[in-house]
Design a protein around this ligand. Structure first.
Ligand code: ATP
Length: 782
């Protein structure tokens, strides 16, 4: 048999092995019928489901979805109340809403940029104090042989800010840890990540990122900017702050998941734009990494927010740097201009090889970080331990930096390179220690040095040592309880090995003029970053915009594609690994291949918990307490046939748990409320986004005998599919329309099953070293 055939067969076996449910043709009519609809049967069916989900699952497993994540509702609930509102408001309201939307995007751009400026200026000022004093003390004590004094000072200067930052993250808002890009990605994909877009998160993130960069951790401020932009967008678009319990009573019509999500994609783009001075890259980032639901006007508004963001940042930072009006600071990350670089055609294969090397190193980095993350999930669970680990990394960072400068006496004449704090250490007069100059500045400034330092500034031994140390250090740092991103450390590691390759090439090739180390540093940086995050289009554009060199598009894209393909051969990108580790039910761009033979009847949950159009209050309360589901099909009372077996009723609509809770809280019962004037779609918007739980709803025994007419509130035309619909068809519906619940109906339009995001996300492509298949994931309770 051909090798391809055996792979095919294996993937088929793998696909069928996990398909434990019978297909629709083998399901008997009785199996599709619920026998009774009373509460005790309902309870037992729900209990059965809970038991399935409480199977013992190994920590750190990548093939588990967590049941705790809920979905966002992108589908508009076109109920009677909404239609009533539309009828009353007319076209003037549409124009007003559109103007308000543009204004909010303007504000998102400006506020995101202002936050970026505040973070940048704080980092700049504090780092200057820190590194100027360190450089001075090193030179002062080296002659006295008391180098341990500046060393301990360095350790202290690292530990204090990191202690503050990680305490904030660990004790106040753990979701502010890391770059926040995986969380924003999940949110834009349609998964509610608790507390991800709250003001408290923004505060912890902003202070945290200043602390970790000043604390000398191998991390950057760029990733967190994307998260900050997302929080700003989610906050100001709602006209209220739940944290401060303040409702400004404005912008109420934006209090819906799909509106908020559009703003968040604008905020993420504005964040990228502020971080890298790359407005187009920002839009592409939102498109490539984030939002699933995209249209032309959203692209346009997102681009507007991005441009405003980079402009605002430019104005403020130019003023801060004493050149107001000069507008030469479009982004936080300033890699300097590369205008004079060009490449030869014979260099393209070299770039390709460097891309593949980046993919290889990236896959290795991801694997080590994955193992480390699993270790952390198992053993570093206590908050104080997380803080201790962060402080330990801060101390080790200083120690390694110190050892490198001390042991590798790499000296260069002063004046060759625009280093801010030239430290002499053991060098002769008129010279400075190159490694000290790399360590005694922010990582971002170090990337700039590696890109622009003249040839022969760095020798091979120091570059090699630096690559190894920074590779491992950045890997250890990512995933700590601190707010910092990985763009800069990856660029730095890549720039260092890129420069190393240039040193090697200049030994082999005689034409030294062509081998400008800065060019190779740039390609190495792109390859390393691409190998870790696996972004292609947005990263190419971001790097192009940051370096202002359009002619490097081809080398960059070749490098990034090679890095992605090589890396994908071994594992996923780092963001996806972390998303899978937390069990988020993310829906990828495409359904798994070769699964057209999996039908809705195999994927769906049944029996379905349904409600009648006019339902008893007590029954609803019990149901909400028993079942954790968020959506319930509303059906006609089930028919009874001759054998006294009731079937599911015909579908009439779909109602959400949140809607039921609001109705119960407002006590809109048939028996008590005949006044409909106060009841409008606003009652749901007032409660959005933090709805009460069923336990917080107070219903008296008497009220439990009342009834609710669900028809004005339910979505009267939910999307449904037949039991014979294939998995890819349902997947595309979810992905394109942002659905949350998809009732499955039989030929007579009776509800026989329910499909949600988790039912689809659990079918995932399985790839390992060139082999492929489809696996079905487990669902855990936590
Ligand atoms: P989400 O969590 O995405 O906001 P949800 O809480 O309603 O939606 P899930 O947690 O995704 O639903 O569902 C878990 C399982 O319960 C899925 O297998 C789904 O098919 C099933 N399910 C959801 N709603 C119902 C229902 N009304 N009746 C029976 N099963 C349901």
């Amino acid at each position: 048999m051909e090798e391809g055939d055996s792979n095919n067969e294996e993937s088929h076996i793998k696909a069928t092995r996990f398909r434990n449910l019978p297909s629709v043709t083998s399901l008997s009519q009785e199996e599709l019928i619920i026998t009774t609809q009373n509460d005790s049967d309902l309870l037992s069916s729900i209990r059965r489901r809970v038991q399935i989900s409480s199977e013992k699952i190994e920590t750190g497993s990548l093939n588990v979805l967590s049941a705790k994540y809920e979905s966002l509702d992108y589908d508009t609930c076109e109920n009677y109340l909404l239609l009533d509102e539309e009828r009353k408001k007319g076209y003037k309201f549409i124009v007003r809403k559109s103007i308000a939307r543009w204004f909010i995007f303007l504000l998102i751009g400006m506020i995101t940029a202002l936050i970026a400026c505040a973070i940048d200026i704080s980092i700049e000022e504090l780092s200057q104090l820190k590194y100027a004093s360190l450089s001075k003390y090193v030179d002062q004590y080296v002659t006295q042989g008391k180098l341990y004094i500046p060393y301990f000072l360095w350790v202290l200067y690292n530990i204090i800010p990191v202690l503050i930052g990680s305490t904030l993250v660990a004790y106040v808002e753990p979701v502010a840890a890391g770059s926040g890009i995986p969380q924003v990605k999940c949110y834009l994909n349609g998964v509610k990540i608790p507390r991800v877009v709250r003001i408290k998160t923004l505060f912890v993130k902003s202070v945290g990122v200043v602390c970790s960069v000043v604390g000398g951790l191998a991390g950057g401020k760029e990733g967190p900017m994307i998260h900050s932009g997302a929080v700003v967008a989610a906050g100001i678009s709602q006209g209220k702050s739940t944290t401060f319990r303040k409702d400004f009573k404005i912008l109420k019509y934006f209090r819906e998941d799909h509106e908020k999500r559009d703003f968040v994609s604008g905020g993420a783009a504005a964040g990228v734009s502020a971080a890298f001075g790359a407005p187009v890259g920002g839009v592409l980032f939102s498109l490539e990494e984030g939002t699933s639901f995209w249209n032309q006007s959203l692209t346009w508004r997102t681009f507007f927010a991005s441009v405003i963001s980079t402009f605002t940042l430019n104005v403020v930072l130019s003023t801060y740097h004493g050149v107001p009006g000069d507008l030469s600071y479009p982004g936080l990350l300033n890699l300097g201009r590369f205008e004079n670089f060009s490449y030869q055609i014979y260099e393209l294969p070299i770039f390709l090889i460097m891309g593949a090397l980046g993919g290889l190193l990236g896959a290795m980095w991801n694997h080590i970080n994955y193992k480390l993350s699993v270790f952390r999930m198992r053993y570093i669970r206590m908050r104080w331990l997380k803080v201790v680990e962060a402080c330990m990394v801060a101390a080790v960072s200083a120690t390694l930096g110190f050892l490198m400068m001390f042991m590798l006496n790499d000296c260069k004449p002063l004046g060759q390179d625009p280093t801010k704090y030239p430290t002499q250490l053991y060098c002769q007069d008129g010279q400075y220690n190159v490694l000290a100059s790399i360590w005694f500045q922010t990582p971002e400034a170090s990337v700039r040095s590696l890109f622009h330092d003249p040839p022969n500034t760095h020798n091979a031994a120091s570059l090699t040592a630096f690559v190894i140390v920074y590779f491992l250090l950045s890997c250890w740092t990512f995933g700590l309880a601190t707010s910092n991103g990985l763009f800069i450390p990856m660029l730095l590691t890549g720039a260092a090995w890129g420069r190393l390759i240039a040193v090697g090439l200049s030994l082999i090739l005689s034409d030294n003029l062509l081998i400008h180390p800065g060019k190779y540093a740039l390609i190495g940086a792109a390859a390393q970053l691409g190998g870790v995050v696996r972004m292609t289009i947005s990263l190419t554009v971001i790097i192009m915009e940051t370096t202002g060199n359009i002619s490097f598009a081809l080398p960059l894209i070749i490098t990034l594609i090679a890095a992605k393909w090589t890396g994908d051969f071994f594992n996923e990108g780092i963001y996806d690994i972390h998303i899978q580790l937390s069990g988020v039910p993310l829906l990828p761009w495409e359904p798994p291949p070769l699964v057209h033979n999996i039908y809705a009847s195999e994927v769906m949950s049944h029996p379905v918990v349904t409600l009648k159009c006019v339902e008893n209050v007590g029954h609803i309360v019990e149901l909400l307490k028993l079942a954790s589901y968020n959506g319930f099909p509303v059906v006609d009372p089930p028919l009874t046939d001759q054998t006294e077996v009731t079937t599911y009723g015909r579908i009439r609509g779909l109602i959400l748990r949140s809607q039921l809770i609001v109705i119960l809280k407002r006590k809109i019962f048939n028996e008590t409320s005949d006044e409909w004037d106060d009841i409008n779609v606003g009652i749901f918007r007032d409660a959005y986004p933090r709805y009460s739980t069923i336990e917080q709803v107070d219903v008296t025994e008497e009220e439990k005998t009342y009834s609710i007419d669900l028809r004005p509130f339910m979505n009267p035309s939910p999307y449904t599919v037949l039991h014979s619909a294939s998995l890819p068809r349902m997947f595309r519906l979810f992905r394109a329309l942002g659905l949350r619940h998809l009732p499955i109906v039989n030929d007579t339009n009776e509800v026989i099953g329910m499909v949600t995001r988790k039912d689809l996300a659990r079918y995932r492509v399985w790839r390992h070293q060139g082999r492929m298949g489809v696996e079905e994931l487990l669902i855990s309770k936590e």
